[in-house]
Design a protein around this ligand. Structure first.
Ligand code: HDD
Length: 713
């Protein structure tokens, strides 16, 4: 008879979990988890520190009787569980984050007195959080949406939060419109549909009535809204900020993050499929990249405009719906950010991190951009309900590394035990501490830039914010052919989901026609609407007609570092070809996964057993950058008769990915009626691999796109 209490898991089961081995990667992850756990070797206890002897059974009157209120252990556990959730962010609820550091390349004190931009020896700890905007916490990663790009710099002078997006402009010019915009883009109030997307009536109703959104909406309809990974996105501070140097001189700046791996996107069909097949696609990619040592890296740069040049542009620097074309003001690199540590606990870190554009340090200051000004209020305010009070700065992930003594006291969730008798200033009881620090060239107290403003109080928009279309046109004109086609397709898809025809027509006639007539015409055609023949506002000439810096074609890294290749194999595969490719990829910093018809190992033609990383169904082509099929008669025959394998190749082809197959795999291509092209390479020798890698570095085989349209999705 067992001596264990009913409900206790048998010892043998527990022992089994300790030795579970699911291959090298999992063993490594398990080891890391164990290393990180602070409960290893510890007794299970209540929140009051009492050791628990039975975590399986509620205290009852007899084993079949009612439970007792006296059971403080059960009540404590359930009560805590009942309150585990906190309100999700109103926007940007779905996100993920990582730790890392920022390091300035050199002393930028001529530009800013901020220590983290002055001292190249210092590595400033950072925490970055990336997010989608529209969807709730559990929504898909790859939906068409803007991505949040928020970085908290834990500088020695206090926290600086750069709370930006992966697009350099915004939908509205004044913060007072933000609740309207968000209510319009969020799922509709009656049925809470759609989750994670903007393809619905209320969004298009709003943006078609608010022309200042035109520029941002073209960005949102472009490939930028379906980034390949969080690592492959640019980031922008959006607003014009000020940097203040050691002499107190101010310069206007726009912040830019540029990823080391280049900027590139998914294709639409792939993004939609990923949202279903791997909801966590971006989250997983970031996590795995960091775990495997492929630390994501961005360069922080600024476009600098001298104070006296504020009014030299054909747009207003304070208007957040405008970029400064890089052709007018190039980017000056400041330093780099490397993300090298995953969070230990998602809730404690990613969920509880609290950003605010108002968190700045000496050397940085705001401008009067009315969108930024409103944000300075909103973020702290939202944390008070989201994180339950004004002490959210004490939550470990938000805690500055700089000391933060002041006379603020008490309130919910206060964890600091403030000592001393004087919680006011001035005081003579505590020697007057803590004391103010006068502003200075370095290490001084924060001082707001001494800006003169001589004006009446008004509730109005500056006339200089009046041009809503010329930069939307600039963006569209700067796209390559395929990028333009994708924008046309995205507008057509989204507006096609709009039920009210007057909204579709308004967007086409009053917005798109003012951006580009061809764009308007093509979208009208796809919606079955009459094509507009002219815009509704006069065309405004701009000094820059085309900005190559905006096209992702010009933003690739030129190498294949961290790219992922799927190798498809069945029994009888040519093992030597697999080894050769893996070695060649490793030399380039890229990765391969071996996929079989099932998760069982495959046997090579020369009788070796090869463990596979997953089945082809388990890791679909949409999770990879490229596909390789090695030779081996039996393997090729098996794959040629396997619908999943055939679909794999067709889908990779449709998504314009590089594909390489050994010469004896050619019949499989013939079966699928696929012809070799710049990215479909036949051969498995060094020359073929070179061509294969060159195609991967191009990200997609764009010239294949018209042909690939014929492939069923
Ligand atoms: Fe915002 C979150 C970015 C305008 C109000 N915003 C939030 C986050 C990002 C941005 C990246 C997520 C931060 C995180 O990961 O926790 N927001 C932007 C950008 C904007 C912008 C780039 C325009 C240039 N936002 C904006 C306005 C308002 C807000 C105009 C209000 C007037 N944003 C919020 C918020 C959020 C937020 C409601 C939700 C959760 C949070 O702040 O902490 O306060």
């Amino acid at each position: 008879m067992s001596t264990e209490k009913p409900g206790t898991p048998p010892k043998s089961e527990l022992a089994g979990t300790e030795t579970l081995d699911r291959g090298n990667t999992n063993a490594k992850l398990q080891a890391l988890d164990e290393f990180r756990s602070d409960a290893t070797g510890q007794a299970l206890r209540t929140n009051q520190g009492v050791k628990i002897s039975d975590n399986q059974n509620t205290l009852k009157v007899g084993s079949r009787g009612p439970s007792l209120l006296e059971d403080f252990i059960m009540r404590e556990k359930i009560t805590h569980f009942d309150h585990e959730r906190i309100p999700e962010r109103i926007v940007h609820a779905r996100g993920t984050g990582a730790h890392g550091y920022f390091q300035t390349y050199e002393d930028h004190s001529a530009l800013s007195k901020a220590a983290f931009l002055r001292i190249p020896e210092h590595k400033t700890p950072v925490f970055a959080r990336f997010s989608t905007v529209q969807g709730p916490r559990g929504s898909g990663d790859t939906v068409r949406d803007v991505r949040g790009f928020a970085v908290k710099f834990f500088t020695e002078e206090g926290n600086f939060d750069l709370v930006g997006n992966n697009m350099p402009v915004f939908f509205i010019q004044d913060a007072i419109k933000f609740p309207d915009f968000v209510h319009a883009v969020k799922p509709e109030p009656h049925n809470e549909i759609p989750t994670g997307g903007s393809a619905h009536d209320t969004f298009w109703d709003f943006v078609s009535l608010v022309p200042e959104s035109a520029h941002m909406v073209v960005w949102a309809m472009s490939d930028r809204a379906i980034p390949k990974s969080l690592r492959a996105m640019q980031g922008f501070g959006v607003h014009t900020f000020r940097l203040i140097n050691t002499e107190g001189k101010s310069s206007f700046v726009k912040f830019h993050w540029r990823p080391k791996v280049g900027t590139c996107s998914l294709v639409w069909d792939e993004a939609q499929k990923l949202a279903g097949k791997d909801t966590d696609y971006h989250r997983r990619d970031l996590w795995e990249a960091i775990e495997s040592g492929d630390y994501p890296e961005w360069e922080l740069g600024v476009q600098i405009v001298a104070e006296e040049d504020e009014h030299t542009f054909d747009f207003d620097l304070l208007d957040p719906t405008k970029i400064i074309p890089e052709e007018l003001v190039p980017i000056t690199p400041l330093g780099k950010m490397v993300l090298n540590r995953n969070p230990d606990n998602f809730f404690a870190e990613v969920e509880q991190v609290a950003f605010c554009p108002g968190h700045i340090v000496p050397g940085i200051d705001f401008t009067n951009d009315p969108l930024l000004q409103g944000r300075l209020f909103s973020y702290t305010d939202t944390q008070i309900s989201r994180l339950g009070g004004p002490n959210f700065h004490e939550i470990p992930i938000n805690r500055p590394v700089a000391p933060n003594h002041n006379n603020q006291r008490d309130a919910q969730h206060r964890t600091v035990i403030d000592k001393g008798r004087a919680a006011y200033e001035p005081n003579s009881i505590d020697g007057g501490w803590p004391k103010e620090t006068p502003a200075g060239p370095t290490d001084g107290g924060f001082e707001t830039y001494y800006e003169r403003i001589d004006a009446n109080k008004v509730r109005e928009r500056s006339e200089s914010f009046g041009d809503h279309f010329s930069q939307a046109t600039l963006f569209f004109n700067s796209m390559s052919h395929h990028e333009k086609e994708h924008i046309i397709a995205a507008y057509s898809f989204e507006l096609g989901k709009v039920e009210r025809e007057h909204i579709r027509a308004r967007q086409v006639n009053e917005i798109l026609a003012n951006i580009d007539l061809e764009l308007a015409k093509r979208v009208a055609q796809n919606l079955g609407l009459p094509a507009p023949t002219k815009g509704t506002v006069p065309v405004r000439e701009t000094s820059v007609k085309k900005s190559p810096a905006l096209s992702q074609v010009n933003l690739l890294s030129g190498d294949i570092k961290t790219r992922k290749v799927a190798i498809l194999a069945a029994n009888g595969v040519d093992g030597a070809a697999i080894d050769a490719l893996k070695k060649a990829l490793e030399a380039e910093g890229a990765h391969a996964k071996l996929l079989g018809p099932t998760s069982a190992p495959v046997t090579t033609a020369d009788g070796k057993t090869l463990p596979v990383d997953a089945s082809m169904e388990g890791m679909p082509s949409i999770a990879f950058d490229a596909v390789f099929i090695p030779g081996g008669k039996a393997s090729v025959e098996a794959l040629s008769g396997d619908g999943v394998a055939l679909h794999y190749v067709l889908e990779a082809y449709k998504h314009l990915k590089a594909i390489a197959v050994a010469s004896d795999v050619k019949p499989l291509l013939d079966l699928l009626k696929l012809e070799a092209d710049a990215g479909l390479i036949v051969g498995a020798d060094a020359k073929a691999f070179k061509a294969f890698f060159a195609a991967i570095a191009q990200h997609r085989v764009w010239e294949r796109e018209p042909k690939a349209k014929a492939i069923p999705a």
